[in-house]
Design a protein around this ligand. Structure first.
Ligand code: HEM
Ligand code: NAG
Length: 320
């Protein structure tokens, strides 16, 4: 009898210990909202689909917002905070000002999700992560399971955004280092740059490339010069690949034919190890899609706030 009681006790202790260890190791879980608000994820998907149906580019913009969130002190919705006397908004960082978009869609999602859940239980950071996935799916890309349970920051940093969001003028070593600082390797760099299969870039981000670089297809450079003059027209748009509202592998086909729009895009096909990866994705669309999902999960898991850290914002634009 006594032996039995002892083994039950040790089993019990073992179980408690395992639960504690597991939750410390894997703070995020795909089923995080299943009990507390099963309607949360379908609601996010619905609003994203409506927004993308209304304007195809919005899918691209939402995907980019998640990236700009995760690269600045982790995926904590810091990118969504407005400027106040105590918040130095990341919206004013070089990469975001007059460029980052989709904030109204995030606000709409938050409103609808809090309504269907009857209280604010879903974080803005999780909304950004799920909206990025749903955007890719809405534009014909692959799907993946998003791990959930991120909490929202109470701070933002324009300086950290300026330091950490990569610039389109970077060369390959700089891009690699930038991604390494986030725990992402050069495979992640290449496959995540494939997000540029969606969306648009402003003239000011590719002017230097089309007038100064030689590793560019001349007819393509000439075409972009008709959109983007040497002086003025800074905000005129060119698609980042020939099919900016379809998630396909034409971005990589473009790189192979020296038709990358940004200096940082073409840099991936200038030699080194990334050259072979670009070639592979050009030849194998399924491999691109599959690897993209893996690296998106990796990016989405950068330094989440969990447990008691951070908060669940009531308004994604403000701390509670
Ligand atoms: C590798 C380094 C990267 C650089 C230097 C870079 C830079 C840029 C630039 C300059 C633009 C154009 C912005 C504008 O003109 O307003 C852009 C657009 C975009 N980027 Fe990146 N990016 C990078 C990686 C990524 C990653 C990892 C993702 C997502 C996983 C991403 C998603 C997008 C999307 C979807 C757009 C189009 C946005 C729209 O049309 O609203 N980018 N990027
Ligand atoms: C081309 O490069 C030169 C020298 O770096 C620079 O001064 C000039 O602004 C560049 N031109 C464009 C259109 O970016």
């Amino acid at each position: 009898m006594e032996v039995n009681n002892m083994s039950f006790l040790s089993l019990f202790i073992f179980l408690i210990f395992s639960i504690v260890t597991v939750s410390a190791d894997t703070p995020l879980s795909p089923s995080y909202y299943d009990l507390v608000c099963p309607e949360a994820l379908p609601t996010i998907k619905r609003v994203v689909e409506e927004a993308v149906a209304n304007e195809r580019r919005m899918g691209a913009s939402l995907l980019r917002l998640h990236f700009h969130d995760c690269f600045v002190n982790g995926c904590d919705a810091s990118v969504l905070l407005d400027q106040t006397s105590t918040i130095d908004s990341e919206k004013n960082a070089a990469a975001n000002v007059n460029s980052a978009r989709g904030f109204e869609v995030i606000d709409k999602i938050k409103f609808e999700v809090d309504k269907v859940c009857h209280r604010p239980v879903v974080s803005c950071a999780d909304i950004l992560t799920v909206a990025a996935r749903d955007s890719v799916v809405a534009l014909g890309g692959p799907s993946w399971d998003v791990k959930l349970g991120r909490r929202d920051s109470t701070t933002a940093s324009r300086a950290a955004a300026n330091a950490n969001i990569p610039s389109p003028f970077m060369d390959l070593p700089a891009l690699k280092e930038n991604f390494e600082n986030q725990g992402l390797d050069e495979d992640d760099l290449v496959v995540l740059s494939g997000a540029h299969t969606l969306g648009f870039a402003q003239c000011r981000t590719f002017r230097d490339r089309i007038y100064n670089q030689t590793n560019i297809d001349p007819a393509f450079a000439h075409h972009l010069q008709t959109i983007c003059p040497r002086v003025g027209g800074d905000r005129r748009l060119a698609p980042l690949d020939p099919t900016p509202s379809s998630f396909d592998n034409k971005y990589f086909t473009n790189l192979v034919s020296k038709k990358g729009v940004l200096r940082s895009d073409q840099a991936l096909f200038t030699g080194g190890e990334t050259y072979e990866i670009v070639k592979e994705y050009n030849e194998n669309r399924n491999k691109f899609s599959k690897d993209f999902t893996k690296s998106m999960i990796k990016m989405g898991n950068i330094k989440p706030l969990t447990g008691e850290r951070g908060q669940i914002r009531k308004d994604c634009k403000k701390v509670n």
